[in-house]
Ligand binder design. Sequence first.
Ligand SMILES: *Cc1c(COP(=O)(O)O)cnc(C)c1O
Length: 395
Amino acid sequence: MNSNQIKTLDNQNVMQTYARFDVAVERGEGATVYSPEGKEYIDFTSGIGVNSIGYANKKWADAIYAQAMKLQHISNLYYSEPYTKLAEVLIKRTGMKNVFFANAGADANEGMIKLARKYSFDKHGKGKSTIICLNQSFHGRTITTLAATGQDVFHNYFFPFTEGFKHVEANDIKILENEITNDVCAILIEFIQGEGGVIPLDAEYVKAVADICKEKDLLLLADEVQTGVGRTGKLFAFEHYGVKPDVFSFAKGIAGGLPLGGIIANEKCSAVLTAGTHATTFGGNPVAAAAATEVLSQLDDDTLVEISKKGDYIEKEIKSWNLSCIKEVRGKGLMIGISLKNAVPRATAESCVNNGLLILTAGSDALRILPPLLITYEELDKGLKILKTTLEEIS
Ligand SMILES: *Cc1c(COP(=O)(O)O)cnc(C)c1O
């Protein structure tokens, strides 16, 4: 099919829930994708942080094929090797206690919210179930994770939303302290707010939040769906901050392009969810788990250091352009936001696409770069050149 045929079929048969860019993608290699007509695009999006080890990764595809031919799915009522191997690696590399496998980010966060509420219920009984979240956060599209999300644009149409969430301004510890009433059981943060605009939390703030959680016996929950799995140059972003959440969620990049998510808990929270209290049919699917184990083996410690270096390289390069349309470059590793002055991020991203670069937006004023973590410097340079040319046009 050519691009126009694909677009026509989409329009005719698919709910129009996505503001798609005017491009169809047929295949990819490394960090480069191609339209059916063979037009080349450098990919600074990796499918919103999903294709962590790039396109057409041979070992990853082999792992998937081998597992699909062996056992593609079996109910969680039975043991199987792939998810146990993956769990072992995750626990070894995070120093946490155990993991629950889900399918994606929103349902991982649902599990984390359930865990927090049950922890509180088991310990204190009813009435202590409120979770404090941050303004500008994003936690998913289910009714409950929308309620947790700290952006008013998401709190429409679908009433009634789940009760028991309140929101505070990030990076202000006094405001947070004032909101810690007797009904609060947990605090939920993203170390770097992704959808909200690539906004990193201050290190002192995170430390203070962790201290308050300890002192008041609140759970510290972290949504690492976007920041996790090497994206920021550490396996998980909490490692930058010297704090350890009680529970954190992951998804997006974990299986390199197959749907998989989950939550990882420390000792204290490891036995809260028990048989019958939480489950999901596909959780820890063997093919997704085999893919994830391969992703993690390719994201070894040396590769994580490389990710940080590439992030620094991008930031330095963009800053050196001295373009008047750029207000700020922020982020960590290969999660970078470029906030723009007097420019609409969406229109800028569209111009980038026309020029051969896929790039994301975030929040109200930023472009967002989330390339495959194994992107080469050659591809980075190609993409940065297109970005520079495009931004020069609007400067
Ligand atoms: C993408 C994202 C989610 C939602 O993940 P889905 O897989 O789309 O359900 C939740 N939290 C954060 C921080 C995300 O970036």
